[in-house]
Design a protein around this ligand. Sequence first.
Ligand code: GRF
Length: 205
Amino acid sequence: MNRSLGVLISGRGSNLQAIVDAIAAGTLDARVAVVISNRADAPGLERARRAGIETEYLSHRAYPSREEYDRVLVEHLRARDVGLVCLAGFMRLLSPVFIQAFPNAILNIHPSLLPAFPGLDAQHQAWAHGVKLAGATVHLVDCDLDAGPIVLQCAVPVLEDDTPDSLSARILAEEHRLYPEAIRRLLAGGWRIEGRRFRPGPRPA
Ligand code: GRF
């Protein structure tokens, strides 16, 4: 698999940072070809610049429809020969135009044990529901929200005195471990999709 990543962000970019750090540490064999944000003020853009990564600000407001915007996103990613798209806090729904341009080559990280608590503010949803185990999921992206085949998950305990913020912080620390690992598994190849199931290939030596 082509090891050039395109990372899409809208905000803080701490998962982007975890990917960049894993590459720098030599634990993830990949390169970030471009970071694209739909928001000019996303702090993640600065993180990318500091790491010497090319950045783009592409505002969705400049395009008449979701499909038009997605077409332009695809062009920008293809221009850098991106093989795997990593959504890292990208707050936009992607249309079939985008999904079909990168079949089984778009990853997303979501801060819950999917299929529980899809959508916005998943950590708060989990806390408010009173679950005892929360977590994070990295999944392939298909046309449904937070619903594609699950590549990796990890569980995070909810403690008695947790607030939504303290729970979010504990989940985020796990996200930063999980996302580079999921990318590693995908790039290792040898995997297949069976129904909803992601079947990993043999573990690299
Ligand atoms: C993370 O919690 C991620 O799971 C969700 O959006 C948040 C992005 O955080 N999709 P960051 O921008 O990577 O710090």
